[in-house]
Design a protein around this ligand. Structure first.
Ligand SMILES: [Zn+2]
Length: 349
């Protein structure tokens, strides 16, 4: 059968990064033969050597409580710390080379006491508890004058460098602004000034109009592989109402956002019958007390696989020049995930 994308060369503008993404889907026409390279997830519910399992000792003499659902603690190896030493040059803002102390708080969020489960396998009500804990953390950080920005992120799977399968994510609360959020704020402000429209609302409306890349939707949230996706299974998930962070979502909105997320990760797992790896970032405006009316919070999933065992390696164009060469069309990957029957999901525990 002739691949419908054979000979397709196309570039699409990425409005949130202001760069071209190049699609040459004919390069990926080899059929998927099966997941020989995929290791099954650890089958034990409790691992005595895991530093995230309940009751186990961590380094520096701390022990985990015998927790029952979500458990959050400050990272024993933080990348940023509130007691970071001050530099003499801290206030010198002139000159090309400058350095300052990296102040902040790094936390680990364990989703579940069970070592061998994932967000997709957990019951929705328990995943909602995880997202409620994100919101509670955000409220605390908003009330901490030392914190400027918060990044909540999950690296899932060995394919993105995670050796411990215990389901968890991390929070970096910092005294600086994260680059991609800052870039989106600038671009969203510029779009509002020039077009008198919200850029995220435009993206959502375009996705609804095209109606081929939407993966899940309910009253308060929507998920899609965007028109300008760089990774094959890249997904953006938005609350339908305008929120600059998780803080202002109502309980119903937070549950709906979680529900859409849950459907998406189950579709990903069912598609190749594996625990599908991804990097998820919760994109939120800074919590520095200012308003960012043109920015909209969203969940952003960037899975590294084009198919199991086939990583999208970043090379010359991506690393050397900053433009992505995509090997698949967003519509084709969305069609795969849209065709999944969620009733076939049997791994819920
Ligand atoms: Zn564990």
């Amino acid at each position: 059968m002739k691949n419908q994308n054979e000979g397709k060369w196309e570039k699409r503008w990425h409005p949130l990064r202001e760069e071209w993404v190049v699609y040459s889907a004919h390069r990926n026409s080899r059929p998927w033969q099966g997941g020989a390279l995929i290791k099954p997830k650890a089958s034990i519910e409790y691992d005595p050597t895991c530093y995230l399992c309940p009751g186990n000792a961590r380094i520096h003499g701390h022990s985990n409580p015998v927790y029952k659902d979500v458990f959050i603690f400050e990272n024993d190896h933080p990348v940023v710390g509130m007691s970071a030493p001050e530099f003499v040059s801290a206030n010198i803002q002139t000159g090309l080379y400058k350095k300052e102390s990296a102040k902040g708080i790094a936390k680990v969020v364990c989703y579940d006491p069970r070592h061998n489960i994932s967000l997709s396998q957990m019951k929705l009500q328990n995943v909602i508890k995880v997202f409620e804990s994100f919101q509670s953390e955000m409220i605390a950080f908003e009330n901490n004058p030392a914190i400027h920005s918060v990044l909540i992120f999950e690296n899932k799977g060995e394919a993105v460098g995670v050796s411990n399968p215990h389901p968890h994510c991390q929070i970096y609360a910092t005294d600086f602004s994260f680059k991609l959020v800052g870039q989106q704020i600038r671009i969203a402000n510029q779009y509002q000034n020039e077009q008198h429209k919200n850029i995220y609302e435009e993206i959502i409306q375009n996705e609804k109009k095209d109606d081929v890349r939407i993966l899940a939707e309910n009253d308060h949230a929507i998920a899609f592989i965007p028109f300008f996706a760089r990774y094959a299974y890249e997904v953006m998930i938005f609350p339908k109402n305008h929120h600059q962070s998780l803080i202002s979502l109502t309980p119903a909105e937070l549950a709906a956002l979680t529900g859409v997320f849950h459907q998406v990760v189950r579709r990903m797992d069912l598609n190749f019958q594996i625990d599908f790896p991804y990097v998820m970032s919760v994109m939120q405006a800074p919590v520095d007390g200012k308003l960012y009316p043109n920015f909209r919070m969203h969940l952003w999933l960037q899975p590294p696989y084009r198919q199991p065992g086939l990583i999208k390696y970043l090379a010359g164009p991506e690393i050397g020049a900053g433009n992505f060469m995509a090997d698949t069309m967003p519509e084709d990957k969305a069609a795969e995930l849209r065709n999944i029957n969620l009733n076939e999901y049997t791994l819920e525990r």
